[in-house]
Design a protein around this ligand. Structure first.
Ligand code: GRF
Length: 193
């Protein structure tokens, strides 16, 4: 069985989209794959409830209980490794990962970023797209490498920036596309690996 481990920090709507796609498209039969666990650095992450309701193992590892990023990431890697992942999916996991962690999962870890990379790495992507006068914004699924929000682009979707858009209205439009491309990119990965 190919195990997918999904890391979240908040609402987990991308995680939910992947879990739903796995069920609807029967990834178990098609790819011999399943979402084995959802891991959060926050105990109150809403997505944990969804995962539990769907019979998926959940783990919480509070980064505040560690003295350093390295110590947290070392423990996080151990927790993730328990599920022997074929793929680690970062889905709104709001922690910068150490080079050691990234190296450990290199080639089998993906992230979704709410911009059309390579434009607008980092935070506040929607406001920055509006401020720059972009006519299109979007989202990108990419392989995770040592540099933040850089790494091979696996899938992308664009949406228009409309007159009167705020960061919130644009983010909501982009998010609907995230829910399309993230399951699609994960399925494509599973087919190949
Ligand atoms: C998404 O916009 C994602 O692109 C960004 O964080 C947000 C997570 O949303 N990295 P959710 O937790 O999947 O609902």
């Amino acid at each position: 069985m190919k195990n997918i481990v999904i890391l979240i920090s908040g609402s987990g709507s991308n995680m939910a989209a992947i879990v739903k796609a796995a069920k609807q498209q029967d990834w178990e039969r098609r790819y011999g794959a399943r979402v084995a666990a959802v891991v959060s650095n926050k105990a109150d992450a809403q997505g944990l409830v969804f995962a539990q309701d769907h019979g998926i193992a959940t783990e919480v590892l509070n980064h505040k209980q560690f003295d350093s990023r390295e110590a947290f990431d070392a423990q996080l890697a151990q927790v993730v490794d328990r599920y022997t992942p074929t793929l680690v999916v970062l889905a709104g996991f709001m922690r910068i990962l150490t080079p050691g962690f990234v190296q450990h999962f290199e080639g089998r870890m993906v992230n979704i970023h709410p911009s059309l990379l390579p434009a607008f790495t980092g935070l506040h992507t929607h406001q920055r797209a509006i401020d720059a006068g972009c006519k299109f914004a979007g989202c990108t699924v990419h392989g995770v490498t040592a540099e933040l929000d850089v790494g091979p682009i696996l899938d992308q979707a664009a949406v228009p920036v409309l007159p009167g858009d705020t960061a919130d209205t644009l983010a909501a439009r982009v998010l609907t596309q995230e829910h399309v491309i993230y399951p699609r990119a994960v399925a494509a990965f599973l087919q190949k690996h």
